[in-house]
Design a protein around this ligand. Structure first.
Ligand code: TYD
Length: 210
């Protein structure tokens, strides 16, 4: 793979979209070709899966069904979009990836981290390992204030304890995985972006030395 694969993680309201858009501009101004994408969804099949995953009337969607649909959407995006882009040499910035499944389904839905890791292993050679994962960490208590003023989806409607389990799982994962960098997302935007820039510069310098 010639391109670099960078993922952004965090609970709702952690500022992923703002910071990904900023990171994409930052890399583009360094002359890098960037593709910005988002899970679940973004492919035709993935968007249909996303509708099933997010609509509130499906309160009966079973946690294991939710887990498999997340992976189904992911495989479609990987094969159709992410892997071809990385092969071309384009850098891919993805809003959520496998760590969301570990944190939300493994931790939040209490399916267990190991079960989700088994699925990641089952992806075999179709799994693309991120070169860098930026985890934007906020305490879940601040989530309601940060959500846009619109009807809540099936995840956003969950209680704070659900997001506490997610945050905990993310932080435990970050402690094990050197590719995951935790940033305190309660800091001012400028400070968050300075920290992201330092992380991106490492990858940019590495790739220009290849
Ligand atoms: P979205 O509206 O895209 O939210 P966000 O902007 O926070 O990414 O909704 C995606 C939801 O799906 C979000 O609540 C997190 C959840 N999710 C999982 O539970 N597991 C996963 O593997 C992924 C990719 C997302």
């Amino acid at each position: 793979m010639k391109g670099r694969f960078i993922t952004f993680e965090g609970v709702e309201g952690s500022g992923k979209s703002t910071n990904i858009a900023w990171a994409a501009d930052y890399l583009r101004s360094a002359g890098i070709e960037v593709l910005q994408t988002h899970e679940p969804g973004r492919t035709k099949i993935g968007e249909e899966l996303r509708t099933v995953l997010l609509r509130t009337r499906d309160e009966r969607l079973m946690p294991m069904t939710e887990l498999f649909l997340m992976f189904a959407s992911r495989m479609q995006l990987l094969e159709e979009v992410i892997i071809p882009a990385l092969i071309r040499g384009t850098w891919v910035l993805c809003d959520r990836y496998v760590d969301s499944s570990i944190a939300y389904q493994g931790g939040g839905r209490a399916l267990g981290v190991e079960r989700v890791k088994t699925l990641i292993r089952a992806m075999g050679d179709r799994y693309a390992e991120p070169d860098l994962t930026v985890l934007l960490d906020i305490p879940p208590i601040v989530i309601p204030d940060r959500l846009a003023d619109r009807p809540l989806d099936r995840f956003e409607s969950e209680e704070t304890s659900f997001f506490e389990r997610i945050r905990q799982t993310y932080l435990e994962l970050a402690a094990e995985e050197p590719r995951i960098e935790v940033i305190d997302a309660t800091l001012p935007l400028k400070s968050i972006q300075e920290q992201i820039a330092v992380l991106l510069d490492v990858l940019v310098n590495e790739s220009s030395n290849e």
